[in-house]
Design a protein around this ligand. Structure first.
Ligand code: G3P
Ligand code: CA
Length: 270
């Protein structure tokens, strides 16, 4: 049966740039986020980790090896050491000839810098922050995140402020956020292995489901079922045209993609 639907709010789905415009640019760099804003992303996704000296930095992996010219574990390095690395040039080695990646040096991006740039931008895109890693950091990521959001007066929504959403695969981390920052939106990320638990609704304190694209591809009714409970559905990581078309057809509420320009184009044309 052909499943059709529309986003809960009725408008088009939001376009969220995953790690910035990270298909063409080195992920989690300021350049990747500026590019995402330029191509019309409605929101920016970033992963955050704690350095050894307790700064929140925008890095996906536990180690710095893949996305910089350094070696080691983020949580064992101090910010000044991360600042000494090049987070940009690695991308050129992964690019094919048709792409034009930013081949230049890029600095580590702290969450503070990213928030500052979002707040200062004209369009003020949503900022979607994924906290890694709830057990290793024992809640300190969430506590420091809440302190930082407080510094920028972002713990409550308001006119002229970007919308903040916090995401995690860990329900424990989500519960911590619900306690510490009840007015900040929360997204329960859902992997293939955890999806049966969330087939009918979500755990308490969450109103947004964040399934992997594969879950939605295999089971498009997932979206209608979550909508039935009043939950939005924000799908990741959606880079292929047939997947974007499916997301549009079944009415997901946000499309999280490494290719925000492509998604913007298809959303606007739909
Ligand atoms: O947007 C959610 C998605 O980013 C979760 O997976 O591994 O890319 O952080 P990962
Ligand atoms: Ca992420």
């Amino acid at each position: 049966m052909r499943t059709v639907g529309s986003p809960l709010g009725g408008g088009p789905p939001k376009v969220i740039a995953h790690r910035g415009a990270s298909h063409e640019n080195p992920e989690h760099t300021l350049g990747a986020y500026e590019r995402a804003i330029d191509v019309g992303a409605d929101g920016l996704e970033c992963d955050v980790r704690l350095t050894a000296d307790r700064h929140l930095v925008c890095v996906h992996d536990r180690r710095v090896n893949r996305t910089s010219n350094g070696h080691g574990v983020v949580s064992a390095l101090e910010l000044v050491q991360l600042e000494g690395l090049d987070w940009g040039s690695w991308k050129a080695a992964h690019a094919d000839e048709n792409e034009m990646p930013d081949r230049h040096h890029a600095d580590i991006l702290t969450l503070r810098q990213l928030i500052r740039s979002v707040v200062a931008s004209e369009r003020k895109p949503d900022l979607v922050i994924e906290t890694k890693h709830p057990t290793r950091y024992a809640g300190e990521v969430e506590r420091r995140l809440v302190d930082l959001l407080g510094e920028f007066d972002l713990l409550r929504p308001g006119p002229g402020k970007p919308v903040i959403r916090v995401m995690s695969f860990s329900h424990l981390a989500i519960q911590r956020m619900a306690k510490l920052a009840p007015h900040v939106q929360r997204v329960q990320l859902i992997e293939v292995s955890t999806s049966p638990r969330f087939r009918d609704g979500l755990p308490p304190n969450v109103a947004i489901a964040g399934p992997r694209m594969g879950i939605v591809r295999r089971n498009p009714e997932f979206v209608a079922r979550q909508h039935h409970y009043g939950h939005q559905v924000h799908v990741w990581t959606v880079d292929k045209e047939p997947d974007i078309e499916l997301c549009l057809r079944i009415g997901v509420d946000a499309i999280i993609s490494n290719r925000p320009a492509l998604v913007r184009e298809m959303v606007d044309a739909a």
